[in-house]
Design a protein around this ligand. Structure first.
Ligand SMILES: NC(=O)c1ccc[n+]([C@@H]2O[C@H](COP(=O)([O-])OP(=O)(O)OC[C@H]3O[C@@H](n4cnc5c(N)ncnc54)[C@H](O)[C@@H]3O)[C@@H](O)[C@H]2O)c1
Length: 253
């Protein structure tokens, strides 16, 4: 799909991987809606790239519905959805302070998995009414899992299972949407240099980078954005979860 002139929705657009992808989409000529819980951050990026900021909790049905109503009004129906909103809790099932509260597990699933599905369903509903492009394609959805979907570490039962769910919904959604010309792919990043990780001491960042076989460093958000743009442009990519990780395989801890 050609990016120029299309409407693209980027969740988690206020920060990290979403922010970088929103910038790359805008540079390619897309009109971008940055959907984020953090309205101020989304507005800042939106102003810089000529997009719009839409405050939304992706895990809530009504909040998502209001966000899409606003996007349809302000920009029109979108052809691209990038699901980057997410949280990364780390907590053992049996921690020092007792057993993990069930609500902590539920929150990770609600934001990362249900939030992804919520945006996917609303996007598909809005996109299906658009005219297909010459090849029959209407739209593209890109979700974000994690290498934790495949080798979650100790303390990642909630995070890893939320991301495994995202990888799991990719193929059935691609199969269902094939008849309306919407492709669905998921990117599973390794360790990326985003505000989440930049908060760690320099030495910790360096040692995380050294765990990556090659290149031995943290991934750059621009590298995630470059893959997202390639997926949009390469029509044969569909129904697949793609690791973007410099060959890292996470150890138990
Ligand atoms: N950075 C990494 O190393 C890494 C690795 C693997 C996977 N990921 C995944 O990539 C995605 C982006 O991560 P990042 O590193 O850019 O993180 P980040 O914290 O920089 O950005 C996440 C964004 O999501 C938003 N958000 C959180 N909960 C939300 C909600 N309920 N509704 C709307 N917005 C919400 C936050 O406000 C933030 O702007 C996440 O899904 C994360 O799990 C990141």
């Amino acid at each position: 799909m050609d990016i120029k002139g299309i409407v693209a929705v980027v969740t988690g657009g206020a920060s990290g991987l979403g922010d970088a992808t929103a910038r790359a989409l805008a540079a390619g000529g897309a009109k971008v809606a940055l959907v984020d819980y953090n309205e101020e951050g989304a507005r800042k990026t939106a102003e810089e790239i000529g997009g719009i900021a839409v405050q939304c909790d992706v895990s809530k049905a009504e909040s998502g519905e209001a966000a899409f109503a606003r996007i349809l009004d302000d920009l029109g129906a979108p052809r691209v959805l990038i699901n980057c909103a997410g949280v990364a809790p780390a907590q053992k099932v049996l921690g020092r302070n007792g057993v993990m509260p069930l609500d902590d597990y539920r929150r990770a699933i609600e934001v990362n998995l249900i939030g992804t599905f919520n945006m996917l369903r609303l996007f598909a509903d809005a996109c299906q009414g658009l005219e297909p492009q010459a090849s029959g394609e209407r739209g593209v959805i890109i979700n974000t899992a994690s290498v934790a979907a495949f080798e979650g570490q100790i303390g990642q039962t909630a995070y890893a299972s939320s991301k495994a769910g995202v990888a799991g919904l990719t193929l059935p959604a691609a199969r269902e949407f094939a008849q309306i010309g919407i492709r669905v792919c998921t990117i599973a990043p390794g360790i990326f240099e985003t505000p989440m990780l930049k908060g760690l001491p320099e030495a910790a960042q360096e040692s995380l980078g050294k765990m990556v076989p090659f290149p031995s460093r943290l991934g750059r958000p621009q590298e995630y954005a470059a893959l997202a743009l390639h997926i949009i442009q390469n029509e044969m990519l569909n129904g697949e979860t793609i690791r973007l990780d410099g060959a890292i395989r996470m150890a138990p801890r």
